[in-house]
Design a protein around this ligand. Structure first.
Ligand SMILES: Nc1ncnc2c1ncn2[C@@H]1O[C@H](COP(=O)(O)OP(=O)(O)OP(=O)(O)O)[C@@H](O)[C@H]1O
Length: 681
């Protein structure tokens, strides 16, 4: 990179363009402000006010965030030069001429995709370096002619600097340095669901979030109506990523967890792993369906329905047929045809009223629509529906299943064996569903029933992160929120730590309702230095034998230190003290049960450290329970007692792989001579 001197004419010209862009942006903001002042009536002013607030938010450029970060140079057919500056959002001058092109616009695509082998019409790509909002340098990459490199260079210094910039606070966007293999996923068409299998630090989360921003830009109107949902594994992770989309100008994306999506009952207990496995199994969907729809009774008698001042008899055969027809539609394969239970109950009542109306018409009467609706709500029709097609509550139904062995046995016949059924039982039975010991897996089942009762509103696009850990029933909960939309599924089979973990993506994608989704692999690791990645990759053959190991874009000599110690407290304090000398975040990771001791050791040594919780912000030094480390990263990581991390849970080796791949610059491993065998060379 030319970290050019202030008199470098290129730098001077680019700085002038930056200043011009900043002025234009101010002009655009003033124009948006003026819009509302010309307001007409109150209604229009209110509408304009909302629109203005929206535009102002979009234009609110942080002075630290420069208007552009890159530039493309090409030659038009007539030989003249064409230059575009690429930035976070469009900037135009007073005459409407583009000054900066939004990174998501089609014109920006060559900036991300062009290579010497496929220059996409460009002769040169320029990337800019900034310090505190000031343009301090640039890096030119010739894409044609003698100077163009024969092979992709991958060694952009700006990319390396961007990755290694010390972390403080939440995740940053990568808009200036999105790499070609990432860009292909970011810009995949809206109709296309994509699944990204990627090793740690290959940019899956970053890609998923930038894809959401890209789709909102490209299909704004449609997606603004249907919405975009981002689902992450826990609150700590969401707090880490939730600023990325707002910094890209997208403030209306809902970011949540499966637990929050399914929070219909107060969760106050955890399942034993064996019970969680059964509750998360796809067979439970059929058990619940049977429990709900199986309770619909056969009509036993004719029914008298009052309409227009007279009563008409609906014979039992017709009643049976009506119930059967509706019940069949509760299993329709086509989502649009599918009848939800609560709607079925209403249809049944209306069907009775319509039968009576037809009879009245045959007898010369002419009941109105209002009278027909009233007939459907008559005490007679209601009593019939209550007996045959009773109103149900999702939590009560699951509660009944857990407390009534007969009901469970009927619903689970041929699906769950006796042992599995016993795992579901509540013993002793709680006094009411409200006070029951609901677990996260129960909440997902209650949500499943709620989805059978009524249609769950769906989003236009859903991004699911760490999807390798979803149970089949959780997949269904996400699929219900998808409706006709498309998916971005992100994950890594080697980091799968839940009891449902699959060894390929097929089951998860089928559970998410998109079995034909193409799986893309990302294998260039941006976060973790090569030395650390090679160390963690020693575990890979035992975790996911089919997966290709990632290769790091930076080698990071000296990034790894593995130390055998007699006790942890003293050496941990020494290491953290040493690491604190450099800027950036420090994560101390250990088995969940060891966290209080680790935090205590640091406090006793006079080193302030915060324990990461689901709702806590990371601090400069954060003690991280291994179970919350997924998706997070720190400049320096100390892993304390890897053997303890492995021993703490059934898929402890996978957890260790997650934990060992959190470091951007330095990893220190402290062990007591009991390093897991695979890690020993
Ligand atoms: N093109 C890029 N330019 C700059 N930084 C990047 C790029 N791609 C990824 N990174 C950085 O690498 C780090 C890892 O990215 P990210 O968290 O998205 O990876 P991941 O694949 O989701 O990892 P994990 O599987 O461990 O959760 C982040 O700091 C991200 O900003």
């Amino acid at each position: 990179m030319s970290s050019a001197s202030a008199t470098d004419p290129v730098l001077v010209a680019e700085r002038a363009h930056l200043a011009h862009a900043a002025e234009c942006l101010t002009g655009m903001r003033t124009a948006a402000d003026a819009l509302v002042d010309a307001g007409v009536d109150a209604w229009a002013a209110e509408r304009l006010g909302a629109a203005r607030a929206e535009r102002l938010r979009a234009l609110a450029a942080d002075p630290e965030v420069p208007a552009f970060f890159g530039r493309t140079d090409s030659r038009t057919v007539d030989g003249s030069a064409e230059t575009f500056h690429i930035g976070r959002r469009h900037v135009r001058d007073a005459a409407g001429t583009p000054v900066v092109i939004d990174w998501r616009a089609p014109m920006s695509r060559p900036f991300y995709r062009a290579s010497a082998a496929d220059p996409q019409g460009l002769v040169r790509r320029r990337r800019f370096g900034f310090s505190g909002g000031e343009l301090t340098g640039y890096e030119d990459e010739p894409l044609r002619g003698a100077a163009a490199p024969a092979a992709p260079d991958g060694g952009s210094r700006l990319l390396r600097e961007e990755i290694e910039r010390p972390r403080s606070g939440p995740m940053r966007d990568i808009v200036a340095t999105i790499q070609p293999e990432q860009d292909a996923i970011v810009r995949a068409p809206l109709a296309e669901s994509v699944c990204v299998q990627g090793a740690p630090g290959t940019g899956k989360t970053a890609v998923g979030l930038h894809r959401a921003a890209y789709l909102l830009y490209t299909h704004g109107g449609r997606l603004a109506r249907t919405g975009v949902l981002v689902v992450g594994p826990n609150r700590a992770f969401l707090r880490y990523i939730e600023q990325v989309l707002p910094t890209l100008g997208e403030i209306d994306v809902q970011q949540t967890t499966v637990a929050e999506l399914t929070a219909r009952v107060p969760v106050r207990a955890v399942d034993r792993p064996e019970a969680a496995v059964v509750k998360g199994d796809a067979r439970m969907a059929e058990v619940l369906h049977r429990a709900l729809w199986g309770a619909i009774a056969k009509p036993a008698d004719d029914l008298q329905v009052p309409i227009g001042g007279r009563r008409y008899r609906v014979p039992v055969e017709r009643l049976k047929r009506a119930v059967d027809d509706l019940r069949r539609r509760g299993r329709a394969g086509d989502d649009q045809q599918l009848l939800h239970y609560a709607a079925g109950r209403e249809r049944l009542a209306l069907g009775l009223a319509e039968d009576a109306r037809r009879q009245a018409e045959e007898a010369g009467g002419s009941p109105t629509d209002a009278e027909t609706r009233r007939a459907a709500r008559s005490p007679e029709a209601r009593a019939f529906c209550d007996a045959v097609w009773p109103a149900r509550d999702a939590a009560e139904l699951v509660s009944a299943l857990y407390t009534d062995a007969g009901l469970l046995a009927r619903a689970a016949r041929g699906l769950l064996d006796d042992e599995e059924q016993a795992l579901l039982r509540w013993e002793p039975a709680p006094r009411s569903p409200r006070t029951a010991p609901w677990t996260p897996a129960d909440a997902v089942l209650v949500d499943e029933v709620a989805g059978l009762l009524e249609r769950t509103p769906g989003y236009g696009h859903v991004v699911v992160d760490e999807a390798q850990d979803l149970s089949p029933m959780e997949c269904r909960a996400v699929a219900r929120r998808l409706a006709a939309g498309s998916l971005t599924v992100l994950g890594d089979l080697a980091q799968a730590t839940s009891p449902w973990s699959a060894s390929d993506w097929g089951r998860t994608l089928a559970g998410l309702g998109r079995p034909d989704t193409v799986v893309h692999a990302l294998t260039r690791g941006y976060r973790v230095p090569g030395e650390v990645l090679e160390f963690a990759n020693r575990l890979l053959p035992a975790l996911a034998p089919g997966l290709a190991p990632a290769t790091a874009v930076r080698q990071g000599a000296g990034a790894l230190a593995v130390r055998s110690v007699d006790a942890f407290a003293g050496p941990l304090a020494d290491v953290v003290r040493e690491l604190r000398a450099a800027p950036g975040s420090i994560g101390v990771v250990g088995a969940d049960a060891a966290v209080p001791a680790l935090a205590g050791a640091l406090t006793a040594a006079g080193l302030p450290a915060a324990v990461l919780t689901e709702d806590g912000d990371p601090a400069r030094v954060t003690v991280v329970p291994a179970s919350l480390a997924k998706g997070l990263e720190f400049d320096a990581v100390v892993v304390v007692d890897p053997a303890g991390v492995v021993a703490a849970e059934p898929r402890g080796l996978h957890r260790l792989y997650v934990v060992l791949t959190r470091a951007v610059s330095t990893l220190v491993v402290l062990h007591r001579g009991d390093l897991p065998e695979l890690l020993v060379e």
